[in-house]
Design a protein around this ligand. Structure first.
Ligand code: WTA
Length: 652
């Protein structure tokens, strides 16, 4: 049966950056006919090169692809300085605090702030090109300014999400051998101050010799501990810095940033992005997918600690010369109308959020949108996890008033920018479907042997040609990079990029993402490795073994379900206490985002004779599904029934 389609709003087609499927097909065909020519043309048009590149793509060391070889550019210049000629007084960043305080930075003001901060990093902390700087920051303009300041002087930033614990922060600092940590005293959430600096203090309390200094921004004014000779006040040091700073001429392939993300092993991966390819695609997708126009106000509710915050709050919007909103608070404070109030007040044209937020706002305030004028909205976006049809419908009808295009953007930390997404005024949209690969992106759904999967059957989402904004390597671990992403899938004998997601194609070529096919789970749009959570649980002294799986959750998308085997005689009388302790450990090792919804104690976990945990069976049990998998290959086939009974009796 053909699914219902929603056609682009005619009102906006005239000025849209891509106006029809014919135009889409033309672009796609141009890419297929002359791949390098396609990308080269956009690189010439979009990037303000210091020195033009010599060659578009070098595949000689695949999968370590290189783009725009020989070119020189600077991303801070591309995002800020170059706009001063035409839009120096345009708002670049509009900040709204948790408590409603506001701050607007024009492009000129942003240029000065970025230069001052860059000078401070250089002069006060001796940061040079190639040095790593960890940013552990709340959602305040200084987070974006510090990212751009690093880009200005060629330092490599690694932003660590503020919800990560001291242990998780330390791992990331050590892996990147960061010299400087930039943080704030804390910030505000739901009307109260919360703290970040104490987490940095704890992270640096051992094994962090690489860090020479901590630069602390004042946001909430709370008292913080001060280590003499290590900690410096941003607010003090910035005063004496010059507002002019030369942009370092960076090579196209110089790393722009690292961003740690979860994979299927316990150790997070430092995804390394490049300079030219990354910024090119960030800017192009801003123009194509969000149809950015000069007078638009764009708001993405992500956190800068995730890739969405990097590409679609900071780099993409600013490279495109847009006005981007940064919001410190949460969508439900002071009530579930906060976002819609802000949309009305700032006349937001593009609103981009995660399905988990849509479900939450729907549940907590279905009628809130009716109280506000949302007529400025033209495009609504979603990202981070599959969106379910009811959430899609509410978003479309209540927020978009059945007039906005919904762009369900499928992509990953590793892809740098959108891969599969509707074009808002060209693509006939099917609800909860990512639709087609963007022009230039060669995405295919294939089986283990590299053959396209038949219509309606699940396969692996792969990208069969390199693209400019792709991950370049895993920091310090090229081998893991090649193995994790290019080891499994082949097409025509050549390795292709394996996303780890399952997908399906329909009779009209529409692609729907069905979720991860590996041991990665997606909790409230936050990506988490089951192995990371398992490693944390294992630290509890009474735990002998454990296995973690995702379980569908009505708001969060997935919740974490842990099966725990206790040691020897440890009895179940202390269950409630042990559950509390396990969650405490998770909070300490990873952060509150990884807390388990369900922890059940079982006599053993199902393993194959070679010792591999059968997570598929555990997933089915967590969901309350019938076990259809063959259990005869298990070391102890009777364990499945035992676990099923325990879970059923827990009435989870
Ligand atoms: C999932 C976030 C379905 C997917 C940008 C992917 C999605 C993982 C979508 C990456 C979407 C992201 N529909 N699933 N529109 N967008 N995902 O690295 O499983 O935090 O592999 O990047 O989120 O998460 P990450």
């Amino acid at each position: 049966m053909l699914q219902e389609k929603y056609y682009p709003n005619k009102e906006h087609i005239k000025n849209a950056s891509i106006k029809s499927m014919d135009e889409y097909n033309e672009l796609m065909n141009a890419a297929k006919e002359d791949y390098e020519g396609f990308w080269g043309k956009f690189a010439n048009e979009k990037i303000d090169w210091i020195k033009p590149y010599d060659k578009v793509l070098d595949e000689s060391e695949a999968p370590f692809y290189k783009w725009f070889i020989g070119g020189k550019l600077n991303v801070a210049y591309q995002c800020v300085d170059r706009h001063l000629k035409t839009k120096k007084n345009k708002a670049a960043i509009i900040f709204e605090g948790d408590n409603g305080d506001k701050r607007v930075l024009t492009y000129l003001e942003l240029a000065y702030e970025v230069s001052r901060t860059a000078n401070m990093f250089k002069n006060e902390f001796g940061i040079k090109k190639g040095d790593r700087v960890v940013l552990y920051m709340p959602m305040i303009p200084e987070a974006a300014i510090s990212m751009l300041a690093c880009a200005k002087i060629g330092a490599i930033h690694s932003v660590v999400f503020g919800g990560f614990s001291a242990e998780a922060l330390r791992d990331r600092i050590v892996d990147a051998e960061a010299k400087l940590v930039v943080t704030s005293d804390g910030a505000f959430r739901k009307g109260s101050p919360y703290m970040l600096k104490p987490v940095v203090d704890e992270a640096l309390s051992k094994d962090c010799e690489c860090v020479k200094a901590v630069c602390v921004i004042e946001r909430n004014g709370e008292d913080v501990n001060w280590v003499a000779g290590r900690d410096y006040s941003y607010n003090e040091l910035i005063k004496s810095q010059s507002k002019y700073c030369e942009s370092e001429a960076m090579d196209s392939e110089d790393p722009l940033f690292l961003l740690y993300t979860s994979g299927s092993t316990g150790k997070p991966k430092g995804v390394q992005h490049s300079t030219a390819g990354y910024i090119l695609w960030a800017q192009m997708t801003m123009e194509w997918v969000f149809d950015m126009k000069d007078n638009d106000t764009y708001w993405c509710t992500a956190d800068v600690g995730w890739i969405t915050g990097h590409t679609y709050i900071v780099y993409g919007p600013l490279a495109a010369g847009a006005t981007t909103i940064m919001f410190e608070g949460v969508p439900t404070f002071p009530d579930a109308g906060r976002c819609w109030k802000m949309v009305e007040e700032y006349r937001v044209n593009q609103f981009y959020t995660a399905p988990t937020a849509i479900r939450l706002l729907h549940k907590m305030g279905a009628d809130e949108p009716k109280k506000y004028d949302l007529s400025s909205l033209r495009i609504l976006g979603t990202v981070g996890e599959p969106i379910d049809p009811p959430a899609w419908k509410w978003y479309y009808e209540e927020i978009g008033r059945s007039k906005c295009a919904i762009v369900d953007t499928y992509w990953q930390t590793e892809t740098g920018g959108h891969m599969i997404s509707p074009l808002p005024f060209a693509t006939p949209i099917k609800p909860a479907c990512a639709t087609f690969p963007l022009p230039g992106i060669m995405a295919e759904i294939i089986d283990e042997n590299g053959n396209p999967t038949p219509i309606g059957e699940k396969g692996f989402m792969c990208i069969t040609k390199p693209w400019p904004s792709m991950i370049r390597t895993i920091w310090n671990d090229g081998e893991r990079f090649a193995k994790s992403y290019f080891g499994d899938c082949k097409k025509d004998g050549k390795p292709v990029y394996f996303t780890g997601d399952g997908a399906m194609i329909d009779e009209e070529g529409y692609m729907t993402i069905t979720g991860r096919t590996d041991d990665v789970i997606n909790v409230s749009g936050h990506r988490m490795g089951t192995a990371e959570v398992e490693a944390a649980i294992k630290k509890h002294p009474s735990v002998a073994a454990n296995a973690v799986v995702g379980k569908p959750h009505p708001i969060k998308g997935e919740g974490i379900f842990a099966y725990v085997v206790l040691k020897g005689e440890d009895n179940f009388a202390t269950e409630a206490e042990t559950i509390k302790e396990i969650n405490e450990i998770i909070k300490k090792e990873i952060g509150a985002i990884a807390l388990c919804d369900d922890i059940v104690f079982v006599p053993d976990v199902p393993k194959t004779r070679s010792g591999k945990i059968m997570r598929r069976i555990l997933r089915s049990i967590a969901k309350g599904e019938e076990i259809t998998q063959d259990t005869s290959t298990l070391e102890d086939p009777t364990i499945v029934r035992k676990i099923e009974e325990i879970v059923r009796s827990c009435k989870l």
